[in-house]
Design a protein around this ligand. Structure first.
Ligand SMILES: Cc1ncc(COP(=O)(O)O)c(C=O)c1O
Length: 451
């Protein structure tokens, strides 16, 4: 489907693997040593999914640049898969963190920073009640529990090929129209058909059918898919989703963890969505772990009604370090000084520059590929037109080509998000970072088709 000769991919892959090995002897040495104490030589299993025979070990990262232990430097368009959408170690966040670290990191009590973050979140997202976790996964997990508690309904509904972190109910896909465990799901506690309904994004008929059972506590969705390539919502989809959820008494949860790339108030702010809950994490702490979930006034009242005060610490919503002083100090500085209106304007312009250059190369070589942009995030996909559903996006994946292009870019000093061909812009990203990718992409396209 990607229109590229398999033999040519294999040939280029061999060449790029040797180039990679030659340029990364110190990373190889560290990885060999790490195999004695870390499973597979990495501190987290998905780090094995970077291209190359072993992962690159990072020496330092600053702004939109990463330097590895061999002294190679990279234009970082991965940005910690959004954890560093602020750029690495943004000075304002570093300063706030430095000050907070010296004054106590976690005390099981609120600090004044929490108020500032709550007020800023309220202003940006037009949502009155906020709570904090240590990850976006936990924000989603807690919201799912709250929605089930308040509605008394057992299930949630998600988009096919969604990703919302390691939330049990969401690690599932449609196989021949049936809800099944997603490939690789580790130790699922129950059959996901018991907990989850799934529809394709943009399939309103299926959405209406699945919500009509009256057993869905909440719909949990990204407003555009960003974890199986980018799949945009059709015109009118969100209005219909909101109408159907209201008609069926189902809560609507919008996960803005990645779509925050659309602007200071995320996709919700740009499109004027009216969710019942918002969830997010990653970038809002500037790299320091934090997750956040917000909800309406009415839900706030119902949460309080359903809370058993003497058991508030063991109800399945919480975490000892959630809401800690350090995370909130980082979020306060990040939100007010780093992820500002001005910063988003520049970041989105860079996203457009990236999109324009990639489109031009695709057209020049008549490749059956496409590119989709969402604010300051863009992704190229190996299908002639942008996929309209998660299923279509999954069908367009080409693992061999994906691996080659990641390695090709890495060997030319560019980091792209592993797992897919996604690029993200930070306030520290420059036109030169984008152009480095554009040139390498043009070189790769020429090598792939003009051989
Ligand atoms: C949309 C979305 N929600 C939630 C998460 C989970 O984030 P974390 O792994 O930081 O908990 C992710 C991670 O990629 C995500 O893309």
């Amino acid at each position: 489907m990607s229109g590229v000769d398999r033999g040519r991919i294999a040939e280029l892959m061999d060449r790029e693997q040797s180039r990679f090995a030659d340029a990364h002897p110190e990373s190889k040495r560290l990885h060999d040593r790490a195999k004695d104490s870390l499973l597979d030589g990495v501190p987290m299993n998905w780090m094995t999914r970077w291209p190359g025979a072993f992962p690159v070990f990072v020496e330092s990262a600053q702004g939109a640049d990463v330097t590895d232990v061999d002294g190679n430097t990279y234009a970082d368009l991965c940005l910690g898969d959004t954890g560093a959408m602020t750029g690495h170690s943004p000075p304002a966040t570093v300063e706030a963190v430095r000050a907070r670290v010296a004054k106590g990191i976690t005390a099981m009590l609120p600090t004044e920073d929490a108020l500032h973050v709550g007020e800023e979140m309220r202003r940006r997202f037009d949502m009155p009640n906020w709570q904090f976790s240590l990850s976006a996964t936990d924000a989603n997990r807690f919201v799912v529990r709250i929605a089930r508690e308040i509605t008394g309904r057992p299930k949630i509904l998600v988009h096919n090929h969604c990703y919302h972190g390691s939330v049990d109910e969401t690690i599932t896909t449609l196989v021949d129209g049936q809800v099944r465990l997603r490939e690789g799901n580790v130790g699922a506690p129950v059959d996901p058909a018991e907990t989850t309904r799934i529809v394709e994004i943009n399939d309103l008929e299926a959405l209406e059918r699945e919500l009509s059972h009256g057993d869905v506590a909440c719909v949990l969705v990204e407003p555009a898919l960003t974890n199986i390539g980018i799949v945009l919502a059709d015109e009118g989809y969100h209005e219909a989703l909101r109408d159907l959820t209201r008609e069926t008494g189902t809560f609507l949860v919008i996960d803005e963890t990645h779509t925050l790339c659309c602007g200071p108030g995320g996709y919700t702010g740009v499109a004027g969505l009216e969710p019942d809950f918002l969830t997010m994490g990653k970038a809002i702490g500037g790299g320091i772990p934090i997750g956040a979930y917000g909800f309406t006034e009415e839900i706030g009242r119902r949460v309080i009604d359903h809370t058993v005060p003497v058991a508030a610490d063991v109800g399945g919503v919480g975490g000892t370090l959630a809401g800690n002083a350090l995370s909130l100090a980082a979020a306060r500085a990040t939100l007010t000084e780093v992820l500002t209106e001005d910063a988003f304007e520049r970041m989105i312009a860079l996203g457009e520059r990236f999109e324009t250059a990639v489109s031009a190369t695709i057209a020049e070589h008549s490749l059956p590929w496409s590119i989709t942009r969402l604010g300051c995030r863009a992704e190229y996909m190996f299908s002639p037109s942008p996929p309209r559903t998660g299923g279509e996006a999954a069908a367009a994946l080409d693992e061999d080509l994906d691996a080659l292009l990641h390695l090709y870019m890495l060997n030319r000093g560019i980091l792209l998000t592993p797992f897919h061909m996604m690029a993200l812009m930070s306030p520290a990203t420059t036109e030169a970072h984008v152009d480095r990718h554009s040139e390498a992409f043009a070189e790769a396209a020429a090598e792939l088709v003009d051989a």
